[in-house]
Design a protein around this ligand. Structure first.
Ligand code: DOR
Ligand code: ZN
Length: 347
């Protein structure tokens, strides 16, 4: 049985860092594990210009602890009105991708796209520039059951979009279903997908399980919501299959604990402090630790056309207890698995 595993320093291809003092808590957690991260633009107001992305990048860099190498890779937030010529400025500024949230799909998505046809010229400019489109792939139609929203998005939105933009680089973010795995496996080299650690480790029962029976666990609520076990199995198989189309995107999404543990709780799992430990546990559960490095450290860089990292990290099979919480501005931030014992630890 493998006791330690050393990997090329991994990258996180989907991360929420927020802004302001929150950066002081969360940036060091990601920077301790990852060489780079694609930073989501769903601030309030969202990041919709290259200039705003550069200013945000400077604030993130200022929160990286001294002596630590961590490169935030910036994104723009697609709205109905993002002008096509902003794409040129974004490329020049080193922005790496544009994120599409269907309006109302999730946290801070009110400014998202109401109708893909409105973004046509911008998508054309992106296809020409080789700028990837990152999709929150869920329909927002209230009539569609929340557990079906990803599969319906693929049918109604993604298949027509791909037909109209055959060479647009697309990443289907945080996929949660067998249908998404099948779609990505059948797609060509212009399509990739990220997978979170929590969707690899947990099915939807985790949201409704207490210490001794039933209970409601808000820290397991995220969007897209955890799905049935058969979907988790399909995701785990895809991540560990060796296919270069699947790569690590933690979707670590911090919310103050009191905003999650409330009558209307926020969506998002804060996994940054335990991300690689959780991925190691997931890959180990199917005897696939040998596939972890390609998934975490190679496939995403290759998809984005960026160099692979040069440093290393080591994980050890050793139990440890996840901290209960972290100070987060004037509130507390609870990581997923807070206070619980994990089988793998970063050393
Ligand atoms: O659970 C989620 N939280 N899903 C998202 O898509 C957004 C994220 C957030 O920003 O909190
Ligand atoms: Zn996200």
């Amino acid at each position: 049985m493998m006791q330690t595993i050393t990997l090329t320093r991994p990258d996180d291809w989907h991360l929420h860092l927020r802004d302001g003092v929150a950066l002081q808590t969360v940036v060091p957690h990601s920077a301790a594990q990852f060489g780079r991260a694609i930073v989501m633009p769903n601030l309030q107001p969202p990041i919709t210009t290259a200039a705003a992305a550069l200013a945000y990048r400077a604030r993130i860099r200022a929160a990286v602890p001294p002596g630590v190498q961590f490169e935030p890779l910036m994104t723009l937030y697609l709205t109905d009105n993002l002008p096509a010529d902003e794409i040129k400025r974004a490329v020049e500024a080193g922005v790496v991708a544009v994120k599409l949230y269907p309006a109302g799909a999730t946290t801070h998505s009110d400014a998202g796209v109401t109708d893909l046809r409105k973004t046509w010229k911008t998508l054309e400019a992106m296809q020409r520039a080789g700028m990837p489109l990152l999709l929150h792939g869920e329909v927002t139609t209230p009539e569609v059951d929340i557990f079906d929203r990803e599969a319906v998005f693929i049918e109604r939105q993604l298949i027509p979009l791909r037909h109209d933009f055959p060479e647009l680089k697309i990443v289907l973010e945080h996929i949660t279903t067998r249908e998404a795995v099948q779609y990505v496996n059948a797609a060509d080299r212009f399509t990739g997908a990220t997978l979170t650690a929590h969707h690899l480790l947990f099915n939807r029962n985790a949201i409704f399980t207490g210490a001794s029976g039933a209970g409601l666990r808000p820290h397991y609520f995220c969007l897209p919501v955890l799905k049935r076990e058969m979907h988790r199995q399909a995701l785990l198989q895809a991540a560990s299959s060796g296919s270069a189309k699947f790569f690590l995107g933690s979707d670590s999404a911090p919310h103050a604990a009191h905003l999650k543990e409330s009558a209307v709780g926020c969506a998002g799992c804060y996994t940054a402090p335990v991300a690689m430990e959780l991925y190691a546990q997931a890959f180990d559960s199917v005897g696939a630790l040998d596939q972890l490095e390609a998934f975490a450290s190679f496939n995403g860089a290759d998809f984005y056309g960026l160099p692979r990292n040069s440093g290393h990290i080591t994980l050890k099979r050793e139990t440890w207890v996840v901290p209960e919480s972290f100070a987060y501005d004037e509130a507390l931030l609870k990581p997923l698995r807070s206070g619980e014992t994990l089988p793998w630890r970063m050393v």
